[in-house]
Ligand binder design. Sequence first.
Ligand code: FAD
Length: 387
Amino acid sequence: MDFKFNQEQEMLAETTYKWAVNWLEPKMQEVDEEDKFPEGFFKETAKLDLNGITIDEEYEGAGLGYTEACLVAENLGRVSSALSMTWGAHLILCADNIQSNASKEIKDKYLPKLVSGDMIGCLGITEPDAGSDAMAMRTTAVKDGDEYVVNGSKTFITNAPVGQLLLFYAKTDPEKGSRGISAFVVETDTPGYSCNKIDKFGMRGSPTGELAFNDMRVPASQMVGEENKGVHVLTSGLCTERIVLSACALGTMRAAMDLSVKYARERYQFGRPIGEFQIIQQKLADMYCHYERAKWLTYYAAWYVDGLTDKRGGKGTDLDKIAAAAILNASESCTQVCLDGVQIFGGYGYSLEYPIQRHLRDAKLWEIGAGTSEIRRLIIARELLRT
Ligand SMILES: Cc1cc2nc3c(=O)[nH]c(=O)nc-3n(C[C@H](O)[C@H](O)[C@H](O)COP(=O)(O)OP(=O)(O)OC[C@H]3O[C@@H](n4cnc5c(N)ncnc54)[C@H](O)[C@@H]3O)c2cc1C
């Protein structure tokens, strides 16, 4: 067993964090207050080669693994969970899924642009009446010559208000239920496509959109994978998404912990730093244990998937259970760590002046996005009970 990151991985983590502190941190108050996506974010991350961490060199990517993707996610998340999520949606939810499932033509057309930050990517699964039960989606794509005519809607789509490329799912044979779903990529300036921004209490700066498709025509060549086999595309990306998003939550935990340790040293009450009170020390110790547990489960999951030839996971695989456990543990730990952080800050923790409350507002999302805690528990139990 070797619990160490190698030198390149350490350097990647350090470079990402340094950049986030220098470029992103000074913008964060405005980003949060105004829910403003920082202009030029993906052009900047492109300079560090972060947009294509898991994308093959053939498409201008770095050709690295999910362990490296997790290191980037964690170190962006130390400064902003929101921008870490936005980066994850662009790379893992959109570009990585395209790489694993799309035709060479689609990969050649879009992957280099996603890597360079010329295009921002997003993934559309969720619909107003189909969240946890994603297969109940109602969006339809009806073949008309060499095009599909798409009607329907999607909601809670990360990056949609600023994105240029959407990977989405629609029913091409509604009678067949989950066996009648297909995946497509569409450019967001296509006639019939429209997006409204959703206001949120957390993850501000990571733009979230609701989409409407009204007679949107998508060329058949933009289909990802085979017709009616979209469910395979959809499930093939869920495990790696969950693992990388767990690492975003690690970053938030680390941020909350760092702020809390500093505050416990600096804040005096009863003539002593509050860090000298054992009940505050207990909170700090618990925060540390939450973080360490989540860290090792997340990086174990990343190491595990990096070692697999078939990384698709899904029903009936150990990867499904491990990925669900990683994000379940990281997300619930993240909320608890941020709650403890706010408590350590007392009244100042409740004031919008101190960033600790931002981390708490962001943290709650990790229990909801990429499948809720309840659904993750169902997955883990299903795999445990599998004979
Ligand atoms: C900020 C943000 C960003 C997001 N980004 C994206 C994105 O980029 N792309 C995308 O496609 N989606 C995205 N989502 C959507 C997200 O994946 C869904 O919100 C999530 O899957 C839950 O669906 P829902 O909100 O419809 O809740 P519902 O499915 O309606 O669930 C409501 C409650 O019921 C529980 N529940 C549901 N079914 C069961 C069950 N069988 N057993 C027990 N409990 C159950 C849930 O756990 C939850 O507590 C995002 C959401 C948010 C908030």
